[in-house]
Design a protein around this ligand. Structure first.
Ligand SMILES: Nc1ncnc2c1ncn2[C@@H]1O[C@H](COP(=O)(O)OP(=O)(O)OP(=O)(O)O)[C@@H](O)[C@H]1O
Ligand SMILES: [Mg+2]
Length: 261
């Protein structure tokens, strides 16, 4: 959409936490953008404030300074504007997997039978067919992650925040989920802000990557990912992909080395 305001604009967000009278600066003047229907990733060392930034965007935490806008409207501190998959999958333990997925807003307004059929269709797609009636504690960490991911995907908000959605998955399932997410997103574009430690995943999925410094997190580098869409996994073997991967890995190693000092 030409001229439309960004789906998300984070402007100069700063945040410190106090613990036992000590102040820790976690985010230092972070600015970033997600254009409508754009897939954007954040990579950065552990503890640099990525999840905290999501809490601020989702209105669960207040920034000390800076603002959040969505579609040109200030929403700093407001809840309910985003679809959010937290780093720890938050499924309701007393509800079955199917009932957890049925909580997703998109299914809420539908007649019951239709919503159930849709939930089953999606559960099958993420490899959870047969587990509709199971409770979350009966599933592995990776399966819980997939159910939580599905709930975020089916939520009605246009902007989706995904905090390391595939971190608990084994390499094979992870690569299947990446392929699936890529196809799904290319078919049905949402605005996505995605946190990952996996550089290859970020390069495969994103149009832009923000590389964060170690704590306090700030944007060190902004990388525009040039590969045309639709993208397929084969691009991960192209020289340009490998070059970008090396560059990003080097930046990450440098930040990790600084943090270790
Ligand atoms: N509610 C809180 N109170 C105090 N400190 C907090 C709180 N939430 C986060 N922190 C601190 O803020 C820093 C950043 O945490 P955050 O979870 O945002 O990091 P992260 O970049 O998501 O790390 P990871 O990659 O390991 O998930 C950490 O030092 C953490 O201890
Ligand atoms: Mg985190």
């Amino acid at each position: 959409m030409a001229g439309a305001p960004p789906a998300l604009e984070v402007d100069s967000v700063t945040k410190a936490f106090f613990h036992r009278r000590r102040e820790t600066l976690v985010l230092d003047h972070v600015s970033l953008k997600v254009e409508p229907q754009e897939f954007v990733s954040i990579v950065g060392p552990s503890g640099c404030g990525k999840s905290t930034l999501f809490h601020i965007i989702g209105g669960l935490e207040q920034p000390d300074a800076g603002t959040i806008s969505m579609n040109g409207k200030p929403v700093t501190g407001q809840r309910g504007e985003i679809s959010y998959m937290p780093q720890q999958p938050a499924l309701f333990p007393w509800r079955t997997i199917e009932d957890n997925v049925l909580l997703a807003g998109e299914l809420k307004g539908k007649p019951r039978a239709e919503a159930r059929a849709a939930a089953r269709h999606w559960l099958d797609k993420v490899g959870l067919g047969g587990f509709e009636r199971a409770y979350p504690h009966m599933l592995s960490g990776g399966m819980q992650q997939r159910a939580a991911f599905l709930r975020a995907l089916l939520a009605p908000q246009e902007l989706m925040l995904l905090d390391e959605p595939f971190s608990a998955l084994d390499a094979l399932t992870r690569s299947e989920m990446q392929r699936w997410l890529l196809e799904l997103w290319e078919e049905n574009r949402r605005s996505v802000l995605f946190i990952t430690h996996n550089i290859e995943e970020a390069l495969l999925l994103s149009s832009r990557i923000y590389v964060f410094s170690g704590r306090p997190g700030s944007v060190l580098h902004t990388v525009d990912v040039p590969f045309p869409r639709p993208r397929r996994e084969e691009i991960t073997e192209s020289p340009e992909f490998l070059k970008l991967k090396r560059q990003l890995s080097q930046w990450m190693r440098e930040e990790q080395a600084k943090a270790a000092k």
